[in-house]
Design a protein around this ligand. Structure first.
Ligand code: FES
Length: 219
C-alpha cells in the first residue's frame, strides 16, 4: 500500500497549474506599473508560488467517522468501474469530509480502482480540492503580483512565526488554517490578507499580531 511519502513524491510534477503562469487578472497592469520585464516576472512568480502554494497532505490525525465512511462508500458504490467519474467522486468526498486527507484519497483510489497518484495529482492540480482541514479562522495571504511586490512573503513569514504553521496547514487546535492565495481582486489595498470574510489591506508584518490575537480571543 502506498504511503504518505510515496504520494508526496509526485507533488513537484503536479503541483503547478495553468493559473501559475497567468496568475492575476491585473497582471499586465501591475507588471507595467512596477517596470519589470514580463518574462522575468513570470519566472520569478512561478518559482515563488511553487514554494509557497504547494499543497501538502495534512499531518493532522484523521478523524473521519463511521457515518462519513458509509456515505463515501455509497458514493463509491455508485461510480465504481467508471474512472471518468473520479473528479465527481472526489468532489463528493470533499463535501463529506471537508477536505481530502490521505486516508480518504486511499479510500477513493481503492474504491475507484485507480492509482493513488492519480487521485493525489488531481487533488493538487485543481484549486477546488483542499488537502488540509480549514481552521475555524481561515487566514489567506494574497500572493498575486501586486501583493507579492508589496511584501506578501513577509506577511507569510510573520504568520508562520505567530501560528507555527506553513501555508496549507492548520493549527493543532483547529483554530487557524493558513494559505497563500492568488489575486483576490483588491490589488489597490496590497498587500492583502483575508480571515474568513474579513479583508485586511495595506498590511505590514507588525500589524498581524493584533489581528490574530483578536480572533484568538474569540476562540
Ligand atoms: S494581487 Fe490582487 S489582491 Fe493581491
Amino acid at each position: 500500500m502506498a504511503s504518505r511519502s510515496d504520494v508526496n513524491a509526485v507533488a513537484p510534477a503536479n503541483n503547478i497549474s495553468f493559473l501559475d503562469f497567468f496568475p492575476c487578472p491585473c497582471y499586465n497592469l501591475n507588471t507595467a506599473r512596477i517596470g519589470f520585464s514580463a518574462a522575468r516576472r513570470v519566472v520569478i512568480e512561478v518559482l515563488v508560488r511553487r514554494n509557497t502554494m504547494v499543497k501538502k497532505i495534512s499531518a493532522q490525525p484523521f478523524q473521519g467517522t463511521a457515518e462519513q465512511a458509509a456515505r463515501l462508500e455509497a458514493v463509491l458504490a455508485e461510480h465504481r468501474g467508471d474512472p471518468a467519474q473520479l473528479m465527481a467522486v472526489m468532489q463528493k468526498a470533499q463535501g463529506i469530509y471537508g477536505y481530502l486527507p490521505f486516508e480518504v484519497q486511499v479510500m477513493i483510489a481503492d474504491g475507484m480502482d485507480v492509482p493513488l497518484q492519480r487521485v493525489y495529482g488531481l487533488s493538487t492540480f485543481y484549486g477546488q480540492f483542499a488537502l488540509s482541514p480549514a481552521g475555524k479562522y481561515a487566514v489567506s495571504v494574497c500572493m498575486g503580483t501586486a501583493c507579492y511586490v508589496k511584501g506578501a512573503q513577509a506577511l507569510l513569514d510573520a504568520l508562520h512565526e505567530l501560528l507555527g504553521i506553513d501555508a496549507g496547514e492548520c493549527t493543532a487546535d483547529g483554530l487557524f488554517s493558513m494559505e497563500a492565495s492568488r489575486c483576490v481582486g483588491a490589488c489597490g489595498l496590497a498587500p492583502v490578507m483575508t480571515v474568513n470574510e474579513d479583508v485586511y489591506g495595506n498590511l505590514t508584518p507588525d500589524m498581524l499580531d493584533g489581528i490574530i490575537a483578536k480572533y484568538r480571543d474569540r476562540g
